[in-house]
Design a protein around this ligand. Structure first.
Ligand code: NAD
Length: 453
């Protein structure tokens, strides 16, 4: 789907009209181009305690990336140059243990608030609730930074995102994989989110893999791959080196074959609700390194008008099929020891939506499924996570009546819909071998939609 208004405000005249009328002014977001470096400009780095384990890890990561870094020691001098601008600003708040300490967050970001480049990245590092325990001062400070991040994500505009990485003590080695994603253009439409890094399994590969083909040699199944988000996911996974099994209903065979053919993958025409779907997948794919449960449908009606067929179809495709496939894959060893599963939920499953009691229920169920399975995988090399897209420009959202579509598209901090590739980049990041510290997350790819925020 094209966003005509979004294109119009890119012109000087469109911009002027929109500004005078107080209309939303979406910025064209930077998106990843093959071969692009992780860092696209200068980095400002602040910390509440420079010897903390997260700060040491961040500095090492930035040095490995040859970053141009401004630290607290050099910030005042750098800001004296009016032209100084930062593409990334990172603050390690993990050592703040009371309200007074939170002032450091204000001081750092207040100084640089007008110096962040378009499509810039704000990343705050904090400790999760499990680490703060019953220490009230520590807990309030670590939770407080999320409110701060969510607010500046709304304020800064210009496609700038702000997210909090909650790093469990001892999970610092996983910061590399997380920072590479959040500093890069790949995270264009992820904003206002808490992300939880746990110690997880040991990292299997050297970090450099992330820059090249992190999914080389991996066999990954993508359901609903003939179009929309699934097609984009298949494309990004193939770009990152995976052999992709593209599954969709037999009625979409010709589109499916085109998608699979273009990326050297395999087409798998199959309905995931078929009683023998799991066996058929196992027969066609063998042992899988990754599964992306993306296939999904809507049948929107208010509950009073919703037929049993509309209810059953949505629940069976969006939720039951995923639970059944996972149960079979786990029981029958269809998953490799270090397999990664990503389920596509929706912000509708977080916020609820008029006319979507069936859809929102199925997508909320997906989150429950992911969180319980994550516990099952805890201590193993396997992981499972959910992505919850907001308004993404696809056939599904193209079918929404114009006025509602336009409202849905603008109700977020980026004032625009996301692209399927934004969801795909997030999924590829979660599927990578180095993503072993990410288990049980629900990553919203929604430009900080106000729905369910
Ligand atoms: P889409 O309708 O363009 O594509 C969905 C694909 O799933 C289709 O190709 C369809 O044939 C396939 N599919 C449906 N039922 C199937 C079945 N029984 N077996 C196998 N394949 C089946 O939708 P999309 O917008 O690309 O959405 C993809 C996923 O993202 C869905 O789970 C959707 O709920 C979710 N999502 C989308 C948005 C959005 O804004 N587009 C927002 C939130 C969540």
């Amino acid at each position: 789907m094209s966003d005509r208004y979004g294109e119009l405000v890119q012109s000087p005249l469109g911009r002027k009209v929109a500004k005078n009328l107080g209309l939303p002014m979406p910025t064209r977001l930077d998106r990843y181009q093959a071969g692009q470096p992780v860092l696209r400009g200068e980095v400002a780095f602040g910390t509440s305690y420079q010897d903390s384990a997260p700060s040491q890890a961040v500095l090492e990561i930035l040095q490995n990336l040859d970053a141009k870094i401004t630290t607290l020691d050099t910030l005042a001098a750098r800001l004296a140059d009016d032209s100084a601008r930062f593409k990334v600003a990172i603050f390690d708040a993990s050592s703040i243990t009371d309200t007074d300490g939170l002032r450091l967050v204000y001081e750092f970001f207040h100084q640089i608030a007008r110096r962040i480049k378009p499509s810039g990245r704000i990343i705050i590092i904090a400790r999760p609730e499990a680490d703060t325990g019953s220490d009230v001062g520590f807990a309030l400070a670590q939770r407080a930074v999320l409110g701060f991040a969510k607010s500046i994500a709304k304020e800064f505009k210009k496609g700038i995102s702000a997210n909090v990485l909650y790093v469990q003590t001892g999970a610092e080695p996983h910061l590399d994989h997380a920072l590479r994603f959040f500093m890069s253009a790949k995270s264009a439409y992820v904003s206002g989110q808490p992300i939880y890094l746990t110690k997880g399994a040991t990292l299997q590969t050297d970090a450099q893999l992330d820059d090249k083909k992190p999914l080389q040699g991996k066999k990954i199944l993508v359901t609903g791959a003939s179009r929309g988000i699934g097609e984009a996911v298949a494309g990004v996974l193939a770009r990152d080196g995976a052999l992709v099994y593209c599954l969709d209903v037999p009625a979409n065979l010709s589109d499916l074959q085109k998608v699979a053919g273009n990326l050297g993958g395999q087409a798998l025409p199959l309905d995931i609700t078929a009683p023998d779907a799991a066996e058929q997948i196992a027969k066609a794919c063998g042992v899988l390194d990754g599964v992306v449960h993306n296939a999904g449908v809507t049948r929107d009606k208010t509950l009073a008008n919703m037929s049993e067929a509309q209810w059953d179809l949505v629940m069976n495709i969006n939720l039951k099929a995923i639970a059944d496939l996972n149960a079979y894959f786990i029981a029958e060893n269809v998953l490799a020891d270090s397999a990664r599963i990503v389920c596509v939920s929706s912000i509708s499953g977080i916020a609820g939506n008029v006319g979507q009691a069936n859809y929102a229920m199925s997508k909320a169920g997906v989150i429950g499924l992911v969180q319980a399975t994550a516990k099952l995988f805890d201590g193993s090399n396997r992981t499972i996570n959910a992505v919850a897209p907001g308004f993404i420009e696809t056939k599904m959202t193209g079918a929404i009546p114009f006025a509602i579509r336009e409202a849905g598209r603008r109700m977020n901090s980026m004032s625009q819909g996301g692209e399927p590739v934004d969801v795909a980049e997030t999924i590829s990041w979660l599927l990578a071998p180095n993503a072993s510290g990410l288990n049980g997350n629900v990553v919203r790819v929604c430009g900080q939609s106000i729905l369910g925020a």
